[in-house]
Design a protein around this ligand. Structure first.
Ligand SMILES: [Zn+2]
Length: 125
């Protein structure tokens, strides 16, 4: 039984990235070459939000393609949706200010850095 489980795991790891999704094809190719996930032209030196970028401009560009869903942390119950990050951000300026949290236990920890903090999920459109 244990051996069978190991085989399944190994097979999954051997599934080429490119059949998983288009975006991940390109990111994977760029990562292999050490290139920016956004422009694909320059050397990736910034690691942000599971991506590698040549500079913050490209990292932010990638974030602007994302969608923000605001939540009320006092009433929300559930998990962070797959493919999204829990973030705190400045109300009305989410894309420019979003700060990724590693879990619901970090809610409130960074409120001092914002005038009017909002919480929500930032994820692929
Ligand atoms: Zn770039």
């Amino acid at each position: 039984m244990k051996e069978n489980l190991n085989i399944v795991k190994e097979n999954l790891m051997n599934v080429p990235q490119f059949i998983q999704s288009n975006k991940h094809i390109m990111d994977g190719v760029y990562d292999k070459q050490g290139l920016c996930n956004e422009c694909g032209e320059h050397k990736a030196v910034v690691n942000y939000n599971d991506g590698n970028y040549c500079n913050w401009y490209c990292a932010k560009k990638e974030i602007n393609k994302m969608t923000f869903t605001e939540i009320d942390v006092n009433t929300y119950s559930g998990n962070v949706p797959t493919g999204a990050d829990l973030v705190v951000a400045e109300s009305g300026d989410v894309e420019e200010t979003a700060l990724v949290l590693y879990g619901f236990d970090e809610i409130g920890m960074f409120d001092d850095e914002f005038n009017n903090p909002v919480y929500g999920f930032l994820g692929d459109k």
